[in-house]
Design a binder for this molecule. Structure first.
Ligand code: TYD
Length: 206
């Protein structure tokens, strides 16, 4: 398969969407064809699943939650991402399987290896060419979410130990695959983060 698959990861409030949007705009200016997408969501079916995993009122058993994210991923990768990569496009995606490993594997304590295997099965083994991890300490993350003044979704509403495990898991994933990951300190100025990302993406595209 050709094309490039670039994912953004990090805790809630780490600025992934801002940076994904900036990178997308910059690549479009360079003349690349870019598909910007996200998980959960990114397809009609995915948006229905997103509504359930983020806003369902009752409990969702941890394994059911993991399977909902995996179902969203399976459909999204098969119907949207793989076709775009086959057309040689660059896919810029907010969140992918590393989020499942961090949130369901570590946050929900389902185990990193099993959740990773589930995601890889769902996505038929597709791994990103580059994953940008925006790392943010938990106090700042909480302050940013509070300042945004929106209603917390099911995951955001989890307590601080949960988010501590999520952050730790992301950092462990990054150190296990240093070639795939670029770790950026998310409290740095927006423009300097964007520049660091452009630099790494430029070498990826060469
Ligand atoms: P996101 O779209 O980043 O939320 P928002 O638009 O509110 O910033 O992600 C939604 C939530 O889903 C986020 O808390 C992380 C969680 N998530 C998982 O737990 N597992 C996954 O596999 C994915 C993709 C997301």
């Amino acid at each position: 398969m050709s094309g490039y698959f670039i994912t953004f990861e990090g805790g809630d409030g780490s600025g992934k969407s801002t940076q994904a949007a900036r990178l997308t705009d910059w690549l479009l200016e360079q003349g690349y064809i870019v598909l910007r997408s996200r998980e959960p969501g990114g397809t009609d079916l995915g948006n229905e699943i997103r509504e359930i995993v983020l806003h369902h009122r009752g409990d969702i058993a941890p394994r059911a939650e993991a399977l909902l994210y995996a179902a969203d991923r399976a459909h999204h990768i098969a119907t949207k991402v793989r076709p775009a990569l086959a057309r040689n496009e660059i896919v810029i995606q907010d969140r992918y399987l590393d989020s499942s490993v961090a949130y369901q594997g570590a946050g929900r304590v389902l185990g990193a290896a099993e959740v990773r295997d589930l995601s890889l099965w769902a996505a038929e083994g597709l791994l990103p060419d580059l994953t940008i991890l925006l790392d943010l300490d938990e106090t700042t993350a909480r302050e940013r979410l509070d300042a945004a003044n929106k209603r917390f979704d099911r995951l955001e509403a989890e307590k601080s130990e949960f988010h501590g495990r999520v952050r730790q898991a992301f950092l462990e994933l990054a150190s296990a695959e240093p070639d795939r990951f670029l770790v950026v300190e998310a409290t740095a100025p927006v423009e300097s983060i964007a520049e660091t990302i452009r630099h790494r993406v430029t070498s990826l595209l060469q």
